[in-house]
Design a protein around this ligand. Structure first.
Ligand SMILES: [Zn+2]
Length: 136
């Protein structure tokens, strides 16, 4: 599978030089946890003060849950995600690409009741999971 390649220049044009540089620093500092990298979208959790969820589509479109994205439509977390994906070597890419498949395979082994209990437990401890499950 060919990895998506993100256009960092396109992101640079949407923000200040400082924000762009901060995004590159986040990637460099290992603040990006790549959750999934597919042909059409990369998903990441980026720690920068808080933990933000980034979805990025090539060449340089997507979303982030941070206030900066909401205000400006682009943010350093997107830069960090783009840089982290672009920097993946083949082995790193394969590892990220198989991550959700491995999770799915593991979950498939559990009973329905066990999965429900895990979700209930997560909802109890994670407000965003509770909100997502109650919101449907
Ligand atoms: Zn952001």
């Amino acid at each position: 599978m060919t990895p998506p390649r993100f256009n960092l220049e396109a992101l640079r044009e949407r923000m200040s030089e400082g924000s762009f540089a901060n995004g590159l620093d986040l990637a460099q500092d290992g603040a990006v946890e790549l959750v999934a990298v597919e042909d059409e979208v990369a998903s990441a959790h980026v720690r920068g003060g808080d933990l933000y969820v980034v979805e990025l589509r090539p060449p340089a479109d997507g979303t982030c849950t941070c206030p900066g994205f909401e205000k400006f439509g682009a943010c350093k977390h997107q830069v960090a995600t783009a840089a982290a994906v672009n920097a993946l070597d083949t082995a790193g890419l394969q590892k990220v690409q198989s991550r959700m498949a491995r999770l799915r395979d593991g979950l498939a082994l559990e009973s329905r009741e066990a999965l429900i209990e895990r979700l209930i437990d997560l909802a109890r401890r994670r407000p965003e999971v509770l909100a997502a499950l109650e919101g449907g």
